[in-house]
Design a protein around this ligand. Structure first.
Ligand SMILES: Cc1cc2nc3c(=O)[nH]c(=O)nc-3n(C[C@H](O)[C@H](O)[C@H](O)COP(=O)(O)O)c2cc1C
Length: 209
């Protein structure tokens, strides 16, 4: 059982890393393997809507995103962690997630998702909602905790003093481990849910074209 963790912070030892380390320690005690990809200072451009991924099954820009896609495909769960910038996720992380979810075509159904947000003070809920949208468009159940998954701190190291935030991380890792293990059992017993072919409508009436 393995969880891939994408850390969107450019600060290697910042507060997002502190939140992620608390998750990793708890996953370990639950017997769940983790791999952390810290992408905040990588050169990851945004999606250019070229549509090439529909032919290739991967992004036309062969960078970190395609490497992460292979790791995501092999994982049972995905945690996306971000510092809050102007009440939103870090822009590099959003560029990465747009391209990762749009260009990869493997089935993500029942891989468990969770997002973690880290801020000095405000914008946590908006960022949390923003990140959870990637999971809820592709059949990924979202793991939750004892509070919305946020940790507070401004300068690196300050997150260590947010006792409730770190407890929220531990509870999240425990709940996510339980969910992944339960889904593995459910898959064995019942298989994945039936999937209908996509029926896109785009809200456009053909008779008005
Ligand atoms: C460009 C920028 C924008 C920020 N915007 C916010 C914000 O909207 N709300 C907030 O509480 N903190 C904001 N912060 C502070 C960071 O969220 C905070 O320092 C956080 O601990 C950074 O995480 P890190 O140490 O993992 O990089 C901002 C920081 C930067 C660099």
């Amino acid at each position: 059982m393995k969880v891939l963790i994408i850390n969107g912070s450019p600060r290697a030892e910042g507060n997002t890393s502190a939140a992620v380390k608390e998750l990793v320690r708890t996953f370990e005690t639950e017997g769940v393997e983790t791999e952390v990809c810290q992408i905040g200072s990588k050169d990851i451009r945004g999606c250019i809507a070229c549509g090439k991924c529909s032919e290739l099954g991967r992004c036309v820009f062969d960078d970190e995103v395609n490497k992460i896609a292979a790791k995501f495909e092999a994982a049972d769960g995905l945690v996306v962690a971000s510092p809050v910038y102007y009440a939103s996720a870090n822009a590099t992380l959003i560029a990465c997630l747009d391209r990762l979810f749009y260009s990869s075509h493997f089935d993500k159904t029942m891989k468990v998702g969770a997002s973690v947000v880290v801020a000095r003070r405000g914008g946590c809920s908006a960022t949390f909602d923003e990140l959870n949208k990637y999971f809820t468009i592709c059949g990924m159940p979202v793991a939750s905790s004892s509070y919305w998954n946020s940790v507070h701190g401004r300068m690196p190291g300050e997150a260590a003093f947010d006792a409730e935030g770190l407890q929220t991380m531990r509870n999240l890792a425990r709940n996510m481990s339980f969910l992944m293990k339960s889904i593995a059992l459910g898959k064995e017993k019942y298989g994945l849910p039936e999937k209908e072919a996509w029926a896109p409508t785009h809200f456009i009436r053909d008779d008005l074209k």
